[in-house]
Write a protein that binds this ligand. Sequence first.
Ligand code: G6P
Ligand code: MG
Length: 223
Amino acid sequence: MTTVDRNMKFKNIKGIIFDLDGVLTNTSEYHYKAWKMLADELGIHFDRNINEKLRGIPRKESLEIMLAGKVVSEKEIKRLMDIKNNYYNDFLTQMNPDDILPGVLELLCETRKAGIKIGIGSSSKNAKTVIDKLGLESFVDSISDGFSVDNHKPAPDLFLHCAANLAVSPENTIVVEDAESGVEAALNGGFWVVGLGPAERVGKAHIVFPSFENVKLRDFIGN
Ligand code: G6P
Ligand code: MG
């Protein structure tokens, strides 16, 4: 199901903005487990299919999807978000550089050597912690995260915020995303988009790879 368009290469690229969860590391699994623990406690059905809808979606909106119409007060929403985040942070304590997904480190090294700026555009409020745990701080020029903008993906705001900090324009910048909402956000902002994962999820991206395993910069960037 590899849908790499080998003929398509981006030109004149000055920056790459990577989403974090599901792109640099598989935190999506920790998010799933933390939501599942909370849902089980509340007696709400939650499975991996429902979890797929939460890719790229901020914590509060994710909780609303998980609650599946169950009405709770703002105070309770805050309490439930904190419980989920505590579970998630417990998982993060085990995280280390071995959790960087295959091919990612090599690609970041190549990007650095090519003089291309590197940004992170993640809806997560834990993005900086995750980057630290993975030991990737030295690769990253700027992080835009769950604290940076009000409008979440598919609004382009987060990626535009990151591009502005990197001092690059969308037409010279690639966004790498594993979420449908993230691909849409990048397209809405006028960026070039690499989608990671199945075409049903990220097929609207300009180029799609199943993962970064064995992917080189020259596979998607020309001169
Ligand atoms: C990323 C993940 C989502 C997660 C969101 C908020 O976008 O893909 O699954 O819900 O970040 O994460 P946070 O760490 O702030 O709860
Ligand atoms: Mg993601």
